[in-house]
Design a protein around this ligand. Structure first.
Ligand SMILES: *[C@@H]1O[C@H](CO)[C@@H](O)[C@H](O)[C@H]1NC(C)=O
Ligand SMILES: *[C@@H]1O[C@H](CO)[C@@H](O)[C@H](O)[C@H]1NC(C)=O
Ligand SMILES: *[C@@H]1O[C@H](CO)[C@@H](O)[C@H](O)[C@H]1NC(C)=O
Ligand SMILES: *[C@@H]1O[C@H](CO)[C@@H](O)[C@H](O)[C@H]1NC(C)=O
Ligand SMILES: *[C@@H]1O[C@H](CO)[C@@H](O)[C@H](O)[C@H]1NC(C)=O
Ligand SMILES: *[C@@H]1O[C@H](CO)[C@@H](O)[C@H](O)[C@H]1NC(C)=O
Ligand SMILES: *[C@@H]1O[C@H](CO)[C@@H](O)[C@H](O)[C@H]1NC(C)=O
Ligand SMILES: *[C@@H]1O[C@H](CO)[C@@H](O)[C@H](O)[C@H]1NC(C)=O
Ligand SMILES: *[C@@H]1O[C@H](CO)[C@@H](O)[C@H](O)[C@H]1NC(C)=O
Length: 666
């Protein structure tokens, strides 16, 4: 017999000490976890899994909590509905046939992961984000089962709340019964599917609060700004998955969302190390207006109004008696003589900052414009309201509601909402009289246009005192060319942009803001307004007016006209619903809508536009500021080159040249 070599002895000793002095983060077939004070600790030491007694209870549970937080905060419980009651003997957490099981001393099965998939060599690991996973020893990132798919009452950073539509898994939060009983309470937070998904808090069977549908920026009923310092969030809604998820911006900050049944609140709590306490960052519901359907059908809640519940214009309380006694649940009914499809008795009233009503059975279309949406609503006599689906940019998509409008409130995060009422508002003449209106508008518009033309000719021929004349003089240096662009007067622009309302602002260009406008004939336009202070832009403005009058191509942004009055100088473009290319290709979500055929099409079209500029146009033009933000996209994603402020004209025979000015911007 040989004595063991000293090195082997030391190795064994080291192994022995490492096993008792370091906690592990895994349970393997050889190494179960017993209720003898041992725990699993995640690699970075944030989370700990073990056996515990909640509050003053004698029941024992397996749970996960923050290791380094003075107040024991359990974020997940395994056997919440089946506690270990026998406190005299040790129970055991071990793997069994690919599952993690909790066994009582006498071998009774108390809890199992009950996973359908099986790993051949399963190990159970507590990850740094608080997720307990079962995986194959060789597969680092494929999980057979994970605790994140079976949440308790806490949503951690990175967890999904919502549905995996492929497997039918619904991840929802369920509160504890009370502070010392983790069994499933009746205060539940979950994603509710429907034509426009929503996130709902239930109190038993009663709907308690609704966040409102997601509008591309936030939930229409919850002001949750993206640019907050604490966390970022997404709401994903596609054919495979519908879920909400937040991620903390700084992983060393501890912040969670908890369902608290005692308070009937969903709270976001943040741990403050200095005070060694949790602080409440946000609570939902916030006020009486958040209570589901507090004002009844067709009523809306306004927290600063008295009483808080109001009926829309054209509606009255269904039961005035109850309403005056502050019982609003009966809601409101139509009072005006609204009549489907009848002129002057069928239109819409716009209401700002509305949390959208229950949209489970609304009709939606992602690609319709607001105008198409309005027409869609007018076509169906059961339609009661419409709005945009997505409020990003100038808004897109269509949602129409059929029947009663449920659970509305006025709130900062809300959006424009159009309720169908009897109205003689001239802007609202549509419906069955659309054709008549279109004809009338066309006649009026052509009259107005002719008047503009006459005015333009007058202005240019009759070398008056306006800046239009200056423009022409400037141009005379470049050969005798007449100003061919229609002139619009300032009052028209003011009316079209609602007096340059901030709501109409599309963005800020190099030389001033850009607004959206709607002309009297419903034509949508974009207006580039030269800022008064920017003297430098004047030259570029003239350049652009002159060039644009001459250029006409499918892939060049069409200029509709210009306006000069006093200090004001404006260019009118056709409106591009999809705005500029940079907003899509540099946005990680938006860029996914651009498939390769579409990208190729865009590239080809830009090239065609350039070829026209360089060779085929009368002027031979070098753009000198070609970049993604100067490529606009129309409804069908056809690109149009815009912004000729820095463009340079070459002689029609000039093929070489040098320039002394450096042009273009980043
Ligand atoms: C095991 O113990 C539990 C109590 O901890 C008891 O309810 C159960 O009947 C026991 N099972 C057996 C097989 O003894
Ligand atoms: C065990 O449970 C009994 C009642 O179930 C309780 O009286 C006793 O204090 C508990 N013992 C320990 C050590 O928790
Ligand atoms: C636990 O053990 C104590 C004595 O050690 C005994 O008095 C008590 O009844 C036991 N409790 C249970 C629940 O078995
Ligand atoms: C495991 O899941 C199956 C169906 O998926 C169910 O019938 C069974 O009762 C579950 N077993 C346990 C112990 O939860
Ligand atoms: C609910 O909130 C109250 C007050 O903050 C707290 O005492 C209690 O422990 C919370 N309940 C749960 C289950 O966390
Ligand atoms: C909308 O109302 C329907 C019918 O009352 C209800 O079943 C559904 O849960 C509600 N949806 C939301 C998101 O509130
Ligand atoms: C993250 O938070 C910790 C603790 O609050 C702080 O020390 C650290 O500077 C933060 N890191 C960043 C990148 O903000
Ligand atoms: C949505 O609207 C677009 C544009 O009006 C239309 O082409 C499309 O067919 C509509 N989709 C559905 C499902 O109605
Ligand atoms: C209105 O729309 C609903 C839902 O799409 C449909 O069931 C109903 O038939 C429509 N009514 C009319 C008059 O088109």
């Amino acid at each position: 017999m040989e004595t063991p070599s000293p090195t082997l002895l030391i190795c064994n000793l080291l192994l022995f000490f490492s096993q008792i002095s370091h906690s592990t983060d895994t349970i393997t077939q050889e190494q179960p976890l017993a209720d003898d004070g041992s725990t699993l600790v995640s690699k970075d030491g944030t989370f700990e899994l073990g056996f515990f007694n909640p509050g003053s209870s004698n029941n024992r549970y397996v749970g996960i909590w923050y290791k380094n937080i003075a107040v024991k905060t359990v974020v997940w419980v395994a056997n919440r509905d089946n506690p270990i009651k026998d406190n005299n003997s040790t129970s055991m957490l071990k793997t069994q046939q690919g599952n993690l099981v909790l066994l009582a001393h006498n071998g009774t099965l108390l809890w199992t992961t009950n996973a359908t998939a099986k790993a051949s060599n399963p190990i159970v690991q507590l990850l740094d984000d608080g997720n307990l996973v079962i995986r194959d020893a060789k597969e680092e990132s494929v999980f057979v089962w994970q605790s994140f798919d079976h949440p308790s009452d806490t949503l951690l950073s990175g967890m999904k709340l919502g549905w995996d539509l492929r497997t039918g898994l619904n991840r929802r939060l369920t509160s504890w019964k009370n502070w010392d009983d983790p069994s499933s309470g009746n205060f539940v937070w979950e994603v509710v599917l429907g034509s426009n998904p929503d996130i709902v808090i239930w109190k038993g069977n009663v709907e308690y609060f609704r966040t409102g549908p997601y509008n591309g920026n936030m939930f229409s009923g919850v002001y949750g700004p993206r640019n907050n310092p604490l966390y970022d969030y997404v709401f994903v809604n596609n054919k495979d998955e519908v879920y909400f998820r937040y991620t903390l911006r700084n992983s060393s900050v501890v912040s969670i969302i908890v369902m608290n049944q005692t308070l009937s609140l969903r709270q976001r709590l943040t741990w403050i190390p200095e005070t060694k306490a949790w602080t409440v960052y946000q609570s939902l519901p916030r006020d009486s207006c958040d209570e589901y359907n507090v004002c009844g059908p067709n009523g809306y809640c306004e927290i600063d109004a008295s009483p808080i519940c109001q009926c829309f214009e054209g509606f009255v309380p269904k039961s005035p008696q109850l309403w005056n006694a502050m019982d609003w649940r009966q809601g409101c009914v139509r009072s005006d003589d609204w009549s489907c499809g009848v002129e002057n008795k069928d239109g819409f009233r716009r209401i700002e900052k509305m949390k959208l009503p229950n949209s489970t059975y609304a009709w939606v279309n992602q690609s319709m414009t607001l105008l198409e949406c309005r027409v869609k609503c007018l076509e169906n006599c059961s339609c009661t309201a419409y709005s945009n689906l997505d409020t990003r940019g100038t808004g897109s998509g269509c949602s129409i509601w059929l029947g009663d409008l449920i659970d509305l409130r006025v709130i900062e995060s809300g959006q424009d909402f159009y309720v169908r009422v009897a109205t003689s508002d001239t802007d609202d003449k549509h419906g069955n009289h659309k054709k008549v209106v279109v004809v009338a508008v066309t006649i009026v518009a052509s009259l107005v246009l002719m008047m503009f033309l006459v005015y333009c000719i007058y202005m240019t021929k009759n070398k008056g005192k306006t800046e239009a004349r200056m423009l022409k003089e400037k141009k005379d240096q470049h050969g005798q060319e007449d100003l061919e662009l229609p002139f619009f007067d300032f009052a028209t622009i003011v009316k079209a942009t609602n007096n340059f309302s901030i709501d109409n602002k599309l963005g800020e260009g190099g030389f001033g803001p850009v607004y959206k406008g709607i002309l009297a004939d419903e034509q949508e336009i974009a207006i580039k307004r030269l800022s008064r202070s920017s003297g430098q832009g004047l030259k570029e403005f003239r350049n652009e007016v002159i060039l644009c009058a001459k250029l006409q191509h499918r892939n060049l942004a069409k200029v509709i006209g210009y306006c000069i009055e006093g200090e004001e100088k404006m260019l009118l473009y056709e409106y591009m619903p999809n705005r500029s290319l940079d907003l899509i290709i540099f946005d990680s979500i938006q860029r996914k809508i651009l498939d390769w055929p579409m990208r190729l099409n865009i590239l080809n079209a830009i090239a065609r536009g350039l070829l026209y500029l360089h060779q085929d146009s009368r002027l031979r033009i070098i753009h000198r500021d070609l970049k993604a933000s100067n490529i606009l996209l129309d409804n069908n994603m056809n690109p149009k080159i815009s912004d000729f402020g820095l463009a340079k004209m070459c002689g029609s025979d000039q093929v070489e040249g040098s320039t002394s000015i450096i042009a273009g911007t980043q």
